[in-house]
Design a protein around this ligand. Structure first.
Ligand code: ASP
Length: 340
């Protein structure tokens, strides 16, 4: 009998249609149990913790990430694995943040949900939940096979901090193009063992400090100087700059001067690409050479979700901007691959 702790935060999986407005609204975990009577017949001892209130994940907040991390910390020793039922809209942000907060994890933390509520006939909820439970309990030689935070959706297991929601219409809602799928469920669940994190020799530490003073500057041809400066001058410690291709930007002197002044004032600017596949390569083109010279930080192949949550986590832990700048460019939880 495996002991699994389920954290139910909300999301489509447990939603019902409001008869008056026709919109989907979150409902309690009993709805899930009612639609999955088989749950009680399985080889799992399930403990359910429902959040109050249950939310659509578009309402996710940093303090809820801390609550989730601390719930896992407080129940860590007593359970074989953890399943978090969560709306898909911000699931990749939560999975990324939890990967940073839960250092040295030696047990599986599997986030899942569904595109259709569990009460609908064609729902993907049952399969997702059953597969998430199986992965959360899977062991080899007495150790958990998965020792990291993952997303399970449509029979594929992804590293949480490498994934993003790319489809709001298909059951295949997530992708992680810069890192291979960690497992695929068919008749058997096949694990991509070489690509998994192994924390066997690491100490489990739950962090709980988050500093959300982060802003985003998404570049586009024709963006106005005033727009750029309003972001650069906002009251934050770091700015994620979403650039073109391999990390390129326009080379106008006023633009480089604005970035440089912002860095001189003590802020970090992290370069990540608007492309979903591939990596930033500062200096590959003339259009990114100047960025390196003024101290723009390299986000390599991090997802947007990882970049944002990693900055919030590092800023919560570290008071020095230079330390944040250092660690944001290092691989700390399998979230980036260096190319230099
Ligand atoms: N809006 C929903 C949520 O993120 C969508 C979903 O669950 O898939 O909570």
């Amino acid at each position: 009998m495996y002991n699994i702790f389920i954290i139910y935060t909300g999301g489509t999986i447990g939603m019902v249609k409001d008869p008056e407005s026709g919109t989907f609204i979150p409902f309690d975990f009993e709805l899930i149990q009612k639609n999955l009577p088989d749950l009680s017949r399985l080889n799992y001892k399930l403990t359910i913790h429902s959040f109050v209130p249950i939310i659509d994940s578009s309402n996710m907040k940093p303090h809820i990430w801390v609550q989730m991390a601390e719930l896992i910390r407080d129940n860590y020793e007593r359970y074989d694995g953890f399943v978090i039922l969560h709306g898909s809209d911000t699931m990749a942000f939560s999975a990324s943040m939890l990967s940073f907060l839960l250092e040295g994890l030696q047990k599986p933390v599997i986030l899942s949900g569904s595109q259709l509520p569990i009460g609908e006939i064609r729902t993907d909820a049952r399969e997702n939940l059953m597969t998430a439970l199986e992965i959360a309990s899977a062991k080899k030689n007495g150790k958990s096979i998965i020792q990291e935070v993952c997303i399970l959706f449509d029979n594929k297991l992804f590293r949480g901090n490498r994934s993003f929601k790319y489809n709001s219409d298909k059951f295949e809602a997530f992708r992680s193009p810069n890192y291979p799928v960690l497992a695929e469920a068919g008749i058997h669940i096949r694990y991509n063992e070489e690509m998994l994190l192994d924390n066997t020799d690491n100490e489990f530490i739950c962090h709980n400090q988050i500093d959300n003073r982060v802003a985003v500057l998404k570049l586009f041809p024709g963006i106005r100087k005033e727009t750029i400066e309003s972001v650069l001058n906002s009251d934050v410690r770091s700015i994620v700059m979403e650039t073109f291709g391999t990390g390129n930007t326009m080379t106008d002197q006023w633009f480089l001067d604005s970035l440089s002044a912002c860095i001189q004032s003590g802020k970090n600017i992290l370069d990540i690409s608007q492309c979903k596949v591939g990596s930033v390569e500062l200096g590959r083109y003339e259009t990114s050479q100047g960025l390196k010279a003024i101290g723009i930080l390299n986000g390599y192949d991090m997802t947007f979700e990882s970049a944002i949550t990693k900055l919030m986590y590092l800023q919560g832990e570290l008071s020095s901007q230079a330390d944040v700048a250092h660690y944001i460019q290092q691989n700390i939880r399998g979230e980036l691959t260096k190319n230099d």
